[in-house]
Design a protein around this ligand. Structure first.
Ligand SMILES: Cc1ncc(C[n+]2csc(CCOP(=O)(O)OP(=O)(O)O)c2C)c(N)n1
Length: 596
């Protein structure tokens, strides 16, 4: 094979693109070898009768000392997908999940809904019931092989993945894995699905060629259009009250300085609306908190950055003459069936590059006096916000029953800047002083509950040196398959702290009911149906069954000691820990929440 040149400038002559040869027993072994070659470190697996060649492949690899992904046994598919999700967030590297035919896929789908709406690349693989009824190695051999067949197994999730394919021949393994991973990693990123019939996995084998990873590279993220950036910069220079709203910016922690620098230079205040990541240090003078509502009526320019839902039209009113600029890899969110926020200008491409380009263009166009006027206005708003947060923390500390605010305020004293915080709850984030990118992970806008525990495990696997702390409600804890999650934590040595904010109900469901029927019957009756989770289990005991530390907390004054003890369990005893904190639910707070 002749030499190959890579890169725009022909700077890199790849020394050797010749394939590596392995002696594979079957396509299942080739699959594992290709995954490892492509940098997939883990296969989160929930196995069934479709796995023989995969299990053989792993076993043979350990006998032969061959490099394969590390198999992780995950006893619920939703946890497996959430682990791959968390691992990607921690490392930027997509991983593989393999589940059992259609039934395992069905269990994985909630996690996949979350991943797809957060553009998380995951290679989801599933067996496909054996095709042949007799005569072939790997063909049907047990009762379920008839009942599990579907006309179109991928039809269950086609809407949720960027690509799906059924492996048709053993010779396709490398090409199929490459296509899967490259499409998953191409912006806008997302999960992909590959089904693996048992005969195909059992076939093939012999001398097999595996090319180096560079053989098929994914495209780089497109750069933004220069004219569009110039237009946005002009509007940013002319605005009296610009505002930037984001939700998913900061998924790549390395991007955060680009926003910090533009916000500072342009006196551009930033709101994280239902943020999924740390997008700007809390102490940054341009950080104006988490509610766009109060600022939107006077904002004459709104920059919507990596944000699927920048405001709720029913709740929030815009300045009638505001200019709206959307910036994202996929600014129109093309997979959302309906989404019609106003848009004067959309800039597609890498958000970091767009922000950097905007900063450069803005520097050439800015009106220095206007920028300083903006800075002074923002400083006043920021001071008022800091005062409100101080009052909230003080009130929470004085109350006798814990609340989400007092839990967060108590934890704040123990939090290290690089702790990774996961939450599936609407926490009062103004009480958290976030300073480092990549330290906060909120749940997907799809809101498929039960993601947090698995995500925390994936984060810990990717960054074992970090502390990982998850805040979730009692309802969400049950959605998260706690027994499988605690099992994986113990089996893999992944100690994390979970804090259950336990109101013994699905408060979000009650809130939703009251927001539609504020004076209705459900608001008046004592216990509206389908809302309460009583008698409440002793959740702290579930983790103990997996050798973890669990404790129950009922008073605000006990919170500091509880956090100290639980963090000691995690850090020193290397045990997973759960704090089950009982809080009181209040309808008036819930009603206030529906108006934000
Ligand atoms: C998989 C899934 N099922 C149901 C829901 C609907 N849902 C949204 S919030 C919620 C209640 C969550 O309860 P909990 O974690 O206790 O938090 P709380 O609302 O009480 O603060 C439910 C059931 C969902 N989002 N996801």
């Amino acid at each position: 094979m002749g030499p190959r040149f890579r890169g725009d400038d022909n700077a890199g002559l790849v020394a050797d693109m010749s394939p590596r040869k392995i002696d594979a027993a079957h396509a299942g072994e080739t699959l594992l070898a290709v995954l490892a070659e492509r940098g997939v470190e883990y296969l989160f697996g929930n196995a069934g009768t479709d796995f023989p060649s995969i299990i053989e492949g792993f076993a043979n690899a350990s006998l032969l000392g061959r490099t394969v992904p590390q198999p992780v046994t995950v006893p619920h598919e939703n946890v497996a997908v959430a682990m791959a999700h968390g691992y990607y967030l921690a490392t930027g590297r997509p991983q593989a999940v393999m589940v059992h035919v259609n039934v395992g896929t069905a269990n994985a789908i909630c996690g996949l809904v979350n991943a797809t709406r957060e553009n998380i690349p995951i290679l989801l693989m599933a067996g496909r019931t054996p095709i042949t009824e007799e005569g072939r190695l790997g063909g049907r051999s047990v009762y379920i092989h008839w009942g599990q067949e579907m006309f179109d197994q991928a039809g269950m999730l086609r809407e949720l993945v960027k690509w799906d394919y059924e492996l048709r021949d053993p010779s396709q393994v490398e090409a199929a894995i490459d296509r899967a991973l490259n499409l998953a990693m191409t912006e806008p990123r997302g999960p992909v699905y590959l089904t693996l019939p048992r005969e195909i996995l059992a076939g093939g084998g012999g001398a097999t060629e595996i090319h180096p990873r560079e053989w098929r590279s994914p495209p780089a993220t497109p750069a933004p259009d220069a004219a569009a950036v110039r237009q946005a910069a002009e509007w940013l220079a002319a605005a009296e009250n610009p505002l930037l709203i984001t939700a998913s910016f900061g998924r790549n922690p390395a991007d955060v300085p680009a926003l910090a620098s533009l916000a500072e230079a342009a006196a551009l205040p930033v709101i994280g609306y239902r943020p999924r990541y740390m997008f700007l240090p809390s102490a940054h003078p341009m950080h104006l908190g988490y509610e766009p509502g109060p600022h939107l009526p006077e904002a004459d320019l709104v920059v919507v950055l990596d944000c699927d839902v920048p405001w709720i039209p029913r709740l929030h009113k815009l300045h009638p003459n505001a200019r709206i600029v959307h910036i994202a890899a996929d600014p129109l969110y093309h997979r959302y069936p309906m989404r019609s926020f106003r848009c004067d200008l959309a800039i597609a491409g890498s958000s970091r590059v767009s922000l950097e380009a905007l900063r450069t263009e803005f520097a050439a166009k800015k009106d220095a006096a206007r920028v300083e006027r903006r800075r002074a206005t923002i400083a006043k708003k920021r001071a008022a916000m800091d005062e409100r947060n101080r009052a909230l923390a003080a009130a929470a500390a004085k109350a006798s029953a814990p609340s989400a605010a007092s839990i967060l305020a108590a934890f704040e004293r123990f939090r290290r800047p690089d702790d990774m915080i996961v939450t599936e709850l609407g926490l009062p984030l103004g009480l958290m002083n976030m300073s480092e990118p990549g330290t906060y992970f909120g749940n997907s806008p799809a809101g498929g509950l039960g993601w947090g525990l698995g995500c925390a495990l994936g984060l810990k696997l990717g960054r074992p040196e970090r502390r990982v702390v998850t805040f979730l409600g009692d309802g969400t804890y049950m959605f998260a398959n706690p027994t499988p999650a605690h099992f994986v934590s113990a089996a893999m040595g992944l100690p994390t702290l979970t804090v259950i904010v336990n109101n013994r109900m699905w408060a979000a469901v009650r809130r939703a009911t009251l927001s539609v029927y504020p004076d209705g019957a459900a608001a008046k009756v004592n216990r509206a149906p389908l809302t309460y989770l009583e008698p409440a289990p002793a959740y702290e005991m579930i983790v103990q069954a997996s050798g973890g530390y669990g404790a129950r907390v009922e008073r605000v004054e006990d919170l500091p000691a509880a956090f100290e003890r639980a963090l000691h369990a995690v850090e020193v005893e290397k045990k997973q820990a759960v704090l089950n904190v009982l809080i009181e639910y209040s309808d008036s707070e819930a009603l206030a929440d529906t108006k934000r």
